[in-house]
Design a protein. Sequence first.
Lengths: 386, 299
Amino acid sequence: MSDLRPLLLRRGPLLLTALLLCALPFYLDAFWLRIGLFSMAAAIGAVGLGLLSGTAGQLSLGHAFFLAVGAYGYVWLAGEPGPGLPPAVAAVLAVLLAGAAGGLFSPVAGRVKGIYLGVATLALVFLGHHVLLTADSVTGGFNGRSVPPLELGGFTFAESDPELTVLGVPFGAEERLWYLGLVLFAVTWFTARGLLRGRPGRALVALRDSETAASVMGVHVARYRSTAFVVSSMYAGLAGVLLALSFRRVVPDYFSLALSVDYLAMIVIGGLGSVAGATAGAVFVTALPLLMTRYADQLPLVAAPGSGGGSIGPTEASRYLYGAAIVLILLFAPDGLHGLARRTRARLRRRPSVTGPPGSGPSPAPGRAGSDAASDTTARAKEHTP
Amino acid sequence: MTGFLDSLLNGLALGSVYALIALGFVTIFKASGVLSFTHGSLLLLGGYLVAVLHDDIGFAGALAVAVLVTAAVAGALDRLVLQRVGGTDPHAAHVQTIVTIGIDIVLVTDLARRIGGDLLPLGDPWGSAVTDLGPVTVADSRIAAILVSAVAIGGAFALFRFTPWGLSLRAAAEDREAAALMGVRLTRVRTVAWCLAGALAALAAVFLVAFPAPGLERTTGQIALKAFPAAILGGMTSPVGALVGSMLIGLTEAFVAGYQSDLHVLGEGFGDVAPYAVMVLVLLVRPAGLFAAKGAARV
C-alpha cells in the first residue's frame, strides 16, 4: 500500500489524461472526433520523424512517402484488386512494408547526413508521387482508392456490423477508430520513449552531437543512422494506415511535399527530440486548419471559404499562422512548445514558496526550496530595477 | 537526329536556368551553411513583380526592379530573421534551414493568394517567336535563356574570383573562424550572398515562365526545387559543380521528355521527376556530391 501512493502520484497525470481521452467519444460529435483521429495519426508520424530529425539530427523531407507506403500498402493488401488479406494482417504488413522501404533507402540514409539527406529524401516524395499516379492497377491512379475498413475478430471499425450502442451513445466509425487510434498512439508513445531513454537513444544523440566522437565511443555510425531511418519510416507507415482508415479514401495528391513539410513543422513547433513535443506539434498543425475552416465566419479578417475576391480564406489564414509559428518559435523559443511548457512549469512550481502561505500548493523538497526561492527573488529584483 | 538536337538545346536552356538557381543555393551555402528553402518564393516574387510592373514601365524596367527588389528582400530576410536564429549553437545552420521553410510558407501563401488561379503573362520581348537553326527550330526564349544565363553566371564567377567580397566568401567557406579572425565580416558576406542569390532567382523566374511555358502561375515556385538536385550533385560548395549538375539535370529532363515514347515503362511525365532519380544514383556513389572538397573532421 505504501508503495502504491507515490506511484499513483507520479503516474496520476498520465492516468487522468488516458481516462479523459477514453471518455471523450461520449461527449464530442463526429467533427471533433475526426480532428482527434487525424491528430493521433499525425502524432504517431511526428514521433517517428522526431526520432530521426530531433534525436539523430537527420533532416528528412521524405516522410510523406513513407506515410503513402503505409496507407497504400494497407489498401492494396486488404482490398480488391490486391491479395485481399484479412485487414488486420494487411495493416501489420503495411507497417513492415514502410520499414522495408526505409531499409531499401538505407544505402543513402546511412551515409548521407544532415541537410544532404533532407534533399535526397525530396527525391522519395517526387518519385513516390509519380509512382502513385502511374501504377494504376495498385494505386488507382489520380483518383485513388477507397479504403476497406479494419476488421478484428469479427468486429468492424465502421458504421455498422455489429451495431453498437454504449451507454446510450451510438458507436459509429469515428468512435470505434478513436479507441483504435488511442491504443496505437499509446504503443507509439511508450516504445518511442523507451527507445529514446535506452541505449539506442543515447547512441543517436551522441551521433548527432559529434559523429567522430560517437564512432570512437563505439557507435556504429552507418548502422545507427539507417536503423533510425527504418524505425522512423515504420512509425510513418503506422500513421499512414490510421490516416487511410480515417479518410476512407487515399489519393496521391495528399502525399505531397507539403505533407512532409507539415511533419517537419510539427516536430519543430513541438520541440526537437521530445515525444511529448512532437505530439503537441502534431495536434497544433493538424487541428489549426480544420478549426479555422469550421469557425471561419466568426474569425476577424478571415472570409468564409469560396467568397473569393482576393480575401484571406481560412486555409490561407491557417497557413500564414503556421508559417509564422515556425519562424517565431525558432526565433524566440528554439526548444519549441515542449521547452516552453517545461520552463513555465518550473516557474509555477517555484512561485508558491515565495508568495503563497506555507503549506499551500505542492512544495518542493525542502533543501531545494530555499535556494530556488532565493534565486527567484533575485531574478525578480533584477527584473524590476532598470 | 532533329529530335536529338531539339532535346539537346532544350536541355541546355533548361540547365542554364537551373544553374542560375543552383548557383544561388551554392552561394548561400558557402556563406552560411544554410540550405535555402525560400528560393521557391523568391522566384515567385521576382516573376510576380515583372508580371505586375511590365505594363507600366516596360519589360526591361520591370525586370530591373524585380531583380533589385528580390535581392533586397532576400538580404533583409537574412539580416533581420535568419541571423537572429540559433545564436552560437553549432547546429544553428540546421535551425536556420528550417526557418527558411517557414518563411517560404508565408511568402508563397501570400503570393499565391494574389495570383489566384490566373496565368500572368510577363510581357517579355521574345514572346512566342522561333528561329530556324539549320535543321532544328528553337524558341527565341530558349536562346535568350542560354545567352542571359551565360552572362549572369559569368558575372557571378567574376564576383567570386576578382572582388574582395568573393575573396571573403571563399575564405569564409574554407574556415569560418579563421576568416573571422582575419577580419572578414561574416554577417556582411552572407547578407550579400543572399542578395546575389535573390537576384539570380528573379532572373531565372523570367525564363522559367517564358514560352513554351504558359505564364506565371501560383505553382511556378516549385520549379526551384529541381535546382536542389543540381546543387547537391555538384557538392553544394562548388559553383562549377552547380553548373555541371544543372546541365546534367536539365539534359536528363529534356532527353527523358524528348524520348518519352521509348521510355513509356517509366510512366507519363517521368521527365519531371528524372532529376531526382539521377540525384539518388549519384549520391549512392558519392554521398557528398561530385565536386565536394574532401573535408577532414576535427574533434
